[in-house]
Design a protein around this ligand. Structure first.
Ligand code: SF4
Length: 193
């Protein structure tokens, strides 16, 4: 059975969410986009200005970097699922607060339960620390971690730097590119197992 109807129902509920203060200043809830049956879910931090305008995660210059990386491993944006830890844009693009992440994670948890991906790719330290608190991205990027997530079950976590960090720092860009290119092998290995 397709995950589409369940995801649509969830998105409808999410678009009416006012559980935290972020909804008061953003234009819309940016729930996510992509394939409801995706094998990979990419999780960023929170929508930025462009995402808030368009209602689609990872747009603008950061989105272009992600698109380029996906193109490099011959995977289409439409084949994966893209979302954020916080579904509403924080004012002036400030970092999401722990209480905002905490309350909004309800939606992320539901999305993961419905999509049930083979790999969860976290982009940046906020998404990483949601799953692995107190872990430094510099120590775990580009490595698979097997996780048992409460209410979700066993998942493979693949932490990457955030494409926005890759955009502004040449060294981070090189690491991000190198890590990203491991994704096809990981998928192949999962298929064999
Ligand atoms: S950030 Fe999340 S919890 Fe807060 S209002 Fe938006 S959807 Fe609801």
């Amino acid at each position: 059975m397709s995950n589409q109807p369940q995801l649509e129902k969830l998105n409808l509920e999410m678009s009416a969410c006012t559980k935290c203060i972020l909804r008061a200043t953003c234009q819309r809830v940016v729930f996510g986009s992509g394939n409801p049956e995706a094998k990979i879910i990419f999780i960023g931090e929170a929508p930025g200005k462009k995402e808030d305008e368009l209602g689609i995660p990872f747009m603008g210059s950061t989105g272009r970097i992600l698109d380029k990386m996906l193109e490099g491993i011959v995977i289409k944006r439409e084949d994966v699922y893209l979302t954020n830890l916080c579904k509403c844009r924080p004012p002036e693009n400030r970092d999401p607060l722990p209480e905002e992440i905490n309350v909004c994670s309800y939606w992320l948890e539901k999305q993961i339960q419905i999509i049930n991906p083979k790999i969860i790719v976290t982009l940046g330290r906020y998404a990483l620390n949601y799953f692995l608190p107190d872990t430094k991205i510099s120590q775990v990027h580009g490595e698979i971690t097997e996780l048992k997530i409460p209410k979700i079950g066993n998942q493979k976590l693949f932490p990457l730097h955030h494409p926005a960090a890759a955009r502004i720092n040449r060294k981070t860009r090189a690491i991000f590119t190198q890590d990203f290119q491991k994704i096809p092998n990981i998928l192949n290995q999962i298929k064999k197992d």
